[in-house]
Design a protein around this ligand. Sequence first.
Ligand code: GLN
Ligand code: ZN
Length: 758
Amino acid sequence: MTISQNLGFPRIGERRELKKATEAYWKGDLDYAGLEATGAELRRANWAKQQAAGIDLIPSNDFSFYDQVLGLSCLLGNVPERFGWDGQNMNIDVAFDMARGTDGAIACEMTKWFDTNYHYLVPEFTKATSFKLAGSKIFEEFAEAKAQGITTKPVIVGPATYLSLGKVTDGSGLDKFALADELIGVYVEIAEKLAEQGAGWLQIDEPIFALDLNDAQRDVIRKAYDALSQVRGIKIMVANYFGRLGDNLELFTSLPVAALHVDGVRGVEEIKAVAARLDDEKYLSVGIVDGRNVWKTDLKRAMEALQPVHGAIGGNRLIVGPSCSLLHSPVTLRSERKLDDEFLNWLAFAEEKLDEIVFLANAMDNKIDKPMLAANSAAMADRAESARIHDEAVKQRAAAVTDADYKRFSSYPERAAKQRAKLNLPAFPTTTIGSFPQTAEVRKARAAHKRGDLSDADYEAFVEQQIADAVKMQEDMGFDMLVHGEFERNDMVEYFGEKLSGYAFTKFGWVQSYGSRYVKPPIIFGDVSRPEPMTVRWSKYAQSLTDKPMKGMLTGPVTMVQWAFVRDDQPRSETVKQVALAIRDEVVDLETAGLAAIQVDEAAFREGLPLRQSDWAEYLDWATASFRLTAGGVQDDTQVHTHMCYSEFNDIIEAIADMDADCISIETSRSQMELLDAFVKFDYPNEIGPGVYDIHSPRVPAKQEMIDLLKKATEVLPPERIWVNPDCGLKTRGWAEVEPALRHMVDAARELRGAKAA
Ligand code: GLN
Ligand code: ZN
């Protein structure tokens, strides 16, 4: 009989119970017992749901109060020295200290989990690192589920992935892969203990199989699974997800373990090849239900994809599951009220995906739930043909885009001359990245307006007053290029998504981003267009208050798509192109309204890079093209800016130059301008604003610090192409620190100008 499984279930709760409990615990409003009770109840409910859905292999240890990689560090006793752990008693406070920092110890670094928007705590390795079995959570949760009558399949991140994602932090030049032997020893111990407890299965996640692997990684993988295959009484399943196996396919299929899980969504073209290479004993789990998007699975198509695998290996060794853990999906559609029935009928969140998995496993054994299949086919047909999704005008416009649309009228040097003449800016012009502090007052007014408690007229007057104050402040300080402050925006994607056709928003569609921070990504379901101007009203008003140039402020097409659930019925590049055309209309309208400079933020440009380097060129090609398409409609003397709030540009600097923005602002202050390297080596041809004010910290930098940073920049960049700005937007900061910091920044630029004249 075909087996159904799940790789992981969202832990946040239907009503964000986890967030409420952890934050209350941090505040001291909830004690440890209370926190544990919430955790236990979430686990119980999740296991019960999966059991009720009919899932055969139900995961445990997928629960975490913060992050599963952090949880693994705790299980392995890998706690950085600065947290003063006693080496004996592992508890949740140790994990929270590592995640959030303490008075004496800065938090562990956090970074994106592969190409998702989930963040994990980066494991730290030093010369002193050693591993031992220090935690008991994985065993306790197995026992807890067993007491509930469910024999679960514990889940753990694998040793090769753990070492690969970690960082050597003591500058010792340690080869982290040399830690493998001891680490693998602990994994063996874990597997043995679970076997003793009666766990039939252990799922070990090794998503690094979706990356380009080096020899050291391949070595660890071989060693680890040779050792783990010796453990008796438990079946090891190695899971790859987030992409195809590619040239790792052979290594993967040769692992001496009981079962392999492949990503049957992104790697669908490989599943037959994997099945063909499988030896006679192995189980194959095919992740055919997309674990990280919100659309219903096309059950007929999924059956067709599974059929040949079933034919090749038979039902007894076939497992059907989600492509990856459902952690990356919202929890349930059950309480979703914001979307209408037609729309809801196109979607499947985590709970609904469980039903799809069970349906497909049964279908392989010829037990087809006919009403469910019929309803699914009808939903697929409805979505494929719905007038809400297909907008002929948008499709025709996208198809009619010409090469010329992707280009500004003249080259940068010609444009720069005209922009100089028009803008008449001093050397080292000063500006900011767009947003000003979102004070409680601003957030309150926006919320009241949304609820209907503040009339349109009152709200608009409020925002205008905020803008007027911000303009006056910038003029007083002596800024050269002003911004309106983005007071009307909740979020740089949501604001635009709400105004574009083709985007939808849920009420409860939360997914964990990190710790107690969850995001509710919009859903791009249809052809995207801009029914009417989105920002012109505010930018125009702001410009009317000053003779200085005002910079219009937009979010770029790659970011608009990257931070959303994206439709799966056309290539991502096509969706990005449609968004680019919509933003292009706004750019042109801003120009017409009298804005001489327009910034198109691409905060997620680098994040969109595919996991495998061989896929980069194609991505960079359409991603840069989409930026040029947004900017290609304006006159030479309109200055187009872009902003990227990070700094790893080395691999993609040519693509950044290829975007042909007149000016790019980047994050550089924390690295002391080191991050300019890429721009210098490559000889970046246009203007650059290297951030001189670290907005991630409440600290107010002194004028002299910023002068020093700028001097460093002038040593490597032509001074006439340098702008002076913070690292990023200021919306998360308070005025108390922003005001003095900006004054120091403007003064620093002034002083530098003097120095230059002298
Ligand atoms: N313009 C946006 C702001 O200032 C940019 C934010 C970002 O890049 N993350 O907030
Ligand atoms: Zn930024």
